[in-house]
Design a protein around this ligand. Structure first.
Ligand code: URA
Length: 429
């Protein structure tokens, strides 16, 4: 087959700051998926996009081409509206676990097609796999059945959804081209639009533990994604939320499941509860359930009931003891003072090095590994007081994990003021 374009011309266009034509974008995504465009050529193009950016029309077309590379799901036969949430990824971000059953309480179907962790941010599927018996892989019929019967499903996204993105995301991960707004926005939104949800709430993280380190960049990413969703007919809103310090008190698979269950039991750390309720309100509003009270459904056990049914439906035992790591080591404060900074990225890398995350796709993760915080920014501490506990099955990892925290925890002469809000801003569609 004769190819319509020469990829080198497209790379040169982007390298020199030009815009790609719609037909060129359609072709390059398709040709890359077919294996005609080689990885080294696509990585040169991704780097040119990273450095030169893309216009709105180019991003829109790039997203559409990635959707067209695979199949789309169809939830239109369900008896209730669908709403989904996507987080751009952070440390200790276990919100999907309590959120999906919580929203389902109000007769909204929540299809959470999720991924595994790579690098310092955890993956929802890795967390749930800490529950004995739980299965991540469901076929489309099983997903639809569970949405009708239980109302919420958290499972692996099938290989058919936006296969161009799967290939491109893996390539970006190894070529320093992840943090480009056009590429992140099209990657996330191609999967969400192909999934076919009626409405979508984006949790765009800002801070050291996020892809976007500052508010302006996060705002631009959020606006780009909201516009892509709205143009595709998906009611889309975004919350910009703080990721300068970990969410809650745990980072690591089983540790985060335990904390999520505390939230579903009406307790749990206040920042996790605040964000879960804020995202639930957005999802419920978008689905037309404007008078629902998600905080009440956490307090009175309705969300917990859906959680138990959701876990059981996928083979998990909600009553089984969660795995724990074989070894722990606790770090203590060197001096009296106030915890000023407890850096999300440092804690994320620490948990990852303890075995909670993977360095390469396909690596196994340790269910019990991770970090348990005993303090949060703003807390007053005494010398010798525990700051955090590291958990792992492989104690030879403690040294490298401890090094990840160097400079990440500051104890000074602060005023002990509580930390700021988790939700920083809302971008509406
Ligand atoms: N998550 C995605 O799915 N894609 C990105 O590019 C970044 C985060």
């Amino acid at each position: 087959m004769t190819e319509a374009f020469d990829v080198v011309d497209l790379i040169r266009t982007k390298r020199d700051g030009g815009a790609l034509a719609p037909a060129e974008i359609d072709w390059v995504i398709d040709a890359y998926t077919r294996g005609i465009v080689a990885d080294e050529q696509m990585s040169a193009l991704a780097m040119a996009i990273f450095l030169r950016g893309m216009g709105r029309d180019e991003i829109s077309r790039w997203t559409a081409a990635m959707i067209a590379s695979g199949s789309r799901m169809d939830f239109s036969g369900l008896s209730r509206p669908t709403s989904d949430k996507h987080s751009t990824g952070g440390v200790g971000d276990k919100i999907t676990l309590p959120l999906a059953p919580l929203v389902a309480v109000f007769d909204v179907a929540v299809p959470q097609l999720s991924g595994r962790g790579l690098g310092h941010t955890g993956g929802t599927l890795d967390k749930l796999e800490a529950i004995p018996g739980w299965r991540a892989d469901l076929d489309n019929d099983a997903i639809l059945r569970q949405l009708e019967d239980v109302g919420a499903v958290i499972c692996a996204a099938g290989t058919g959804l936006a296969p161009a993105d799967k290939k491109l995301y893996a390539l970006r991960d190894t070529t320093g081209t992840v943090e480009a707004i056009p590429l992140i926005a099209s990657s996330i939104m191609s999967k969400k639009i192909a999934e076919g949800t009626d409405s979508l709430v984006l949790d765009v993280k800002v801070g050291s533990g996020a892809f976007m380190k500052d508010l302006d960049a996060a705002r631009e990413l959020a606006r780009t994604m909201v516009a892509l969703g709205s143009d595709a007919g998906v009611r889309t809103t975004a919350l910009l939320t703080d990721m300068s310090t970990p969410l809650g008190l745990t980072a690591g698979n089983a540790l985060e499941v335990r904390e999520s269950v505390e939230v579903l039991a009406g307790g749990g750390p206040s920042d996790v509860v605040e964000l879960t309720v804020a995202l639930a309100r957005e999802m419920l509003d978008a689905a037309g359930r404007t008078d629902a009270d998600p905080r009440a459904a956490l307090a009175d056990g309705r969300a917990m009931d859906v959680w138990r049914r959701m876990i059981s439906a996928q083979g998990g035992d909600p009553d089984a003891a969660l795995p724990t790591a074989r070894e722990t080591e606790t770090l203590t404060a060197q001096n009296d003072g106030v915890v000023g900074r407890l850096d999300a990225y440092a804690v994320g890398v620490c948990a990852w090095r303890l075995g909670a995350g993977r360095a390469r796709q396909g690596d196994a993760v340790q269910a019990g590994a991770g970090v348990e915080l005993h303090v949060k920014p703003g807390d007053t501490v005494r010398a010798g007081q525990p700051l955090l506990t590291m958990h792992t099955d492989t104690p030879e990892r403690f040294d490298r994990a401890r090094q990840a925290l160097d400079g990440g925890i500051e104890i000074g002469a602060g005023d002990g003021a509580a930390t700021g809000d988790v939700v920083l801003e809302k971008i509406a569609g």
